[in-house]
Design a protein around this ligand. Sequence first.
Ligand SMILES: [Zn+2]
Ligand SMILES: [Zn+2]
Length: 185
Amino acid sequence: MNFLHLLPVGNVEAAWLEGLRPALAQAFGVPCRLLPGALDPAFAFQPNRQQYHSTEILDRLRARLQPDTWRLLGVTSADLCIPILTFVFGEAQLNGACALVSTHRLRQEFYGLPPDPALLRDRLLKEAIHELGHTLELQHCDDYTCAMAAAHAVEWIDLRSPGFCQHCRARILSQQAEKQWVSAR
Ligand SMILES: [Zn+2]
Ligand SMILES: [Zn+2]
């Protein structure tokens, strides 16, 4: 049995991870478990930007893969960036095993608004599904309601549904069928 593993990156409230667990298990049809411990993202801190380099954290997540890991999702409250972008909500290895999401810019407080825990939970789930979709070789989708739609602002995440459109779903299924065929040979 292979698991979708969740790992806190830095200080993340356990409630956020616990909240993601059943929803992600349902979305991907695999059991979802929390790994013990956490990854300290201090090594990826960029003093000039006061942000954390997302790709470096993603690379480091690979060392936390277990023999029974299907995918590993890191969850952080740190503000993430990559050199060419002012920020990222998350990042994933295209067709790899690791993905990373941040709650930092999903919080209403970041935009000077009152906290909304239910909205934050929704956004975190949608962003987690999006990044895990990249690990399944999915690229950005033109359907703005699809979990794989690109988002350069948090409002765009709110337009997404927490699931894949028919087209993206069909792509995942055909890839799985292809892999089973290959492994059956
Ligand atoms: Zn994306
Ligand atoms: Zn789609």
